[in-house]
Design a protein around this ligand. Structure first.
Ligand code: NAD
Length: 417
């Protein structure tokens, strides 16, 4: 599963290759390409934390604000040992294209801290989050840059950011999205990314001649995105046959009783199911299935395992789960890929609703949130498919083309370049 060094070290280059493919199809001029590829601002901060045992640990925190032509920059914060500038830069750029693709008035940003949250106490995580916010907060802003959850960052982490930011700049719930409901979070935000993944999966499966009822689905990762995607797909009639988390994978050819596994995992019991066969995460990806949904980390489908995958369709719930080389292999094998910027855009869409509610100091009903989310996802999917049919390009290229054209238009209209 580990990508080869050549594939791993160039996250941002990989993303830019996807950008270039779409920019070529659009005939985008060299100056605009340069402008759109260059991040607006990149910040690194030192984050010193006095750990529970009394020793001082110094972490590194990052924020890359990629593009703000269409609105305040928006994107998650990731806590993980492999976080670095290259990864954050790549994810920030994806956020620019994702927000443009779904047509919400945001640009793109991403951040993170290189740390191992699994080895830290809640108290240490709170100190880490507060120190990061006090040092990075100058770059945030209700109309400048709004962080959100990503890998290993929860509504509780968002609450600490809001509290720390508010202590210096005044109460500003909209400074961060993905908050707990009690602090101005939006109904439906927790489920939103998984809900959008499930909706797009059903639409794309139908177009590929795969009826969702009874379709064999494999989901890698059982965190926020993967668990809700699996739950909704189960509810929609799919047969979820493979599941995994960082500790390993489970297989049940008859289909899992996902709600029971979901409830046990949320109660802190990890991923367990009586009678399931245990697999490694690497093996899970290579099992025969109708729909493979990577929903954990980036770079898990590589040039090594792409030739061995036996899925009829792949839906990128995670960001960048497929390296560009693997993407080419899968295109060659005619395995359709629903790209991340389309498949997982439900999260940032409801983050937009949360921000809008915070600014209005008004809370929507959950039904309204879900209805608006469903409308935006369906419209976006239809726009991408229309371009796929018109130009004969892959879904990823079509999605990037739509997004790049929108950001380029905003840059030209603003002028000053
Ligand atoms: P999370 O921290 O809630 O969950 C991550 C899951 O991946 C956990 O179950 C973890 O055990 C599992 N995992 C970690 N390493 C693994 C490995 N090597 N093999 C298998 N499983 C592994 O994170 P999340 O918020 O669900 O994010 C998952 C992906 O979705 C990321 O790529 C993230 O960027 C993307 N994403 C998240 C959101 C969001 O709203 N949270 C929105 C869009 C995209």
């Amino acid at each position: 599963m580990t990508p080869s060094v050549a594939e791993k070290i160039n996250n941002y280059e990989n993303t830019n290759r996807l950008f270039d493919r779409a920019a070529d199809a659009l005939g985008l001029d060299p100056e605009m390409r340069l402008l759109l590829k260059t991040p607006f601002r990149e910040i690194q901060v030192e984050v010193p934390v006095r750990m529970d045992d009394g020793h001082l640990e110094v972490f590194l925190g990052y924020r890359v604000q990629h593009n703000g032509a269409r609105g305040p920059m928006k994107g998650g914060l990731r806590y993980h040992p492999e976080v670095d500038f290259d990864e954050v830069r790549s994810l920030a750029s994806l956020m620019t294209w994702k927000t443009a693709l779904v047509g919400i008035p945001f640009g793109g940003a991403k951040g993170g801290i290189t740390c191992d949250p699994g080895a830290m106490s809640l108290h240490e995580l709170e100190l880490l989050t507060r120190k990061f916010t006090s040092r990075m907060g100058f770059a945030f802003g209700l109309h400048r840059d709004i962080p959100a959850p990503d890998v290993n960052t929860t509504p509780q982490v968002m609450a600490w950011i809001m509290d720390q930011y508010g202590a210096r700049y005044g109460h500003t719930p909209g400074i961060v999205t993905g908050k707990p409901l009690e602090l101005g979070g939006s109904p439906g935000r927790l489920e939103a990314t998984g809900r959008g993944v499930a909706q797009i999966t059903e639409l794309a499966a139908a177009d590929q001649g795969i009826p969702l009822k009874g379709a064999r689905v494999v989901v890698q990762g059982f965190g926020n995105v993967g668990s809700y995607a699996a739950l909704f797909l189960h509810q929609q009639g799919a047969r979820v046959v493979g599941l995994s988390d960082v500790r390993g994978a489970l297989w049940n050819g008859d289909g899992f009783e996902v709600p029971a596994i979901f409830a046990a995992a949320k109660a802190g019991g990890g991923l367990r199911s009586a009678g399931a066969r245990e697999l490694s995460n690497e093996e899970l990806l290579e099992q025969e299935c109708d729909i493979l949904i990577p929903a954990a980390l980036g770079g898990v489908i590589t040039r090594e395992n792409a030739p061995r995958l036996q899925a009829r369709m792949i839906v990128e719930a995670a960001n960048s789960p497929i390296t560009t080389i693997a993407d080419a292999v899968l295109n060659e094998r005619s395995i359709p890929i629903v790209p991340d910027i389309l498949a997982n855009a439900g999260g940032v869409t409801v983050s937009y609703f949360e921000w809008a509610q915070n600014i209005q100091v008004f809370t929507w009903e959950e039904a309204q949130v879900n209805e608006q989310l469903t409308r935006i996802m369906a419209r976006t999917y239809a726009e991408v498919m229309a371009l796929v049919r018109e130009r004969g390009v892959a879904l990823r290229t079509a999605a990037f083309m739509i997004a790049i054209e929108r950001v380029a238009r905003a840059e030209r209209l603003r002028g000053g370049i």
